[in-house]
Design a protein around this ligand. Structure first.
Ligand SMILES: O=c1ccn([C@@H]2O[C@H](COP(=O)(O)O)[C@@H](O)[C@H]2O)c(=O)[nH]1
Ligand SMILES: [Mg+2]
Length: 208
């Protein structure tokens, strides 16, 4: 019994970090723009620095009405999610984070409602860039509020779902479209390259 208590006490000290894929590990917006220009060169586009909304459609529709089906045709196409380029430093940072004592990292990502390619391709992306072991640590869900963890690193400023007060604290990963948004007190992580993610994780570990 004492042994069991010991194990559970150790388990409580594990920091559970949930990390989003699109916009945090994988460059959804940048890849969309490349494919958009290739597929619809006659249509207007929005430079990454000028992006202002999480959903592409919301901003593109202000340029020209009726672009929605074309926009969807790009990110719903076969291969789109598998071909997403990794964000600089993300994969190395995640591997290092997961090696930190008392830290467990999980990928937490939403497949599209049109899940046909995005679900399988997200797993394929993780396997390719992080390794097959990470398939065991990949959670695909349309509702991140029901997932248990201490931190969720996610570029979407508004994460809504069935649970009003999720277990995790939301750390907003900076993206072009969210850099001017009011985070209402939430912390930011700007990139994976300047090492600031290590300080963030150590801060959360101290609070366990
Ligand atoms: O314009 C967009 C931008 C993103 N999406 C999809 O929303 C989810 C977001 O997933 P996260 O795991 O929160 O990054 C994902 O399915 C994106 O592909 C979109 O539909 N339209
Ligand atoms: Mg995202």
């Amino acid at each position: 019994m004492a042994g069991r208590r010991g194990i559970s006490a150790m388990a409580q000290k594990q920091l559970l970090v949930l990390v989003d894929l699109d916009g945090v590990m994988a460059d959804f917006d940048g890849h969309f723009l490349t494919k958009w220009k290739q597929t619809y060169p006659e249509e207007p586009f929005i430079a990454l620095e000028d992006r202002k909304t999480f959903y592409l459609v919301d901003q593109y529709e202000t340029l020209k009405e009726g672009l929605k089906p074309k926009i969807k045709s790009v990110y719903q196409s076969k291969g789109f999610f598998r071909e997403l380029p990794p964000i600089a430093g993300a994969c190395d940072a995640l591997k290092e984070m997961n090696e930190m004592e008392g830290v467990k990292v999980f990928i937490c990502s939403s497949p599209l409602f049109f899940y046909k390619y995005s679900s399988t391709e997200k797993f394929a992306w993780v396997e390719h860039y992080l390794g097959a072991d990470w398939i065991n640590r990949t959670i695909l869900t349309r509702d991140k509020t029901i997932v248990n963890g201490h931190i969720l690193i996610d570029d979407n400023v508004k994460i809504k779902g069935a649970v009003d007060c999720p277990s995790w604290e939301h750390v907003v990963f900076t993206a072009h479209y969210n850099k001017h948004m009011n985070l209402r007190g939430k912390k930011r992580l700007d990139n994976w390259t300047d090492g600031s993610w290590r300080d963030l994780i150590m801060d959360f570990k101290k609070r366990l």
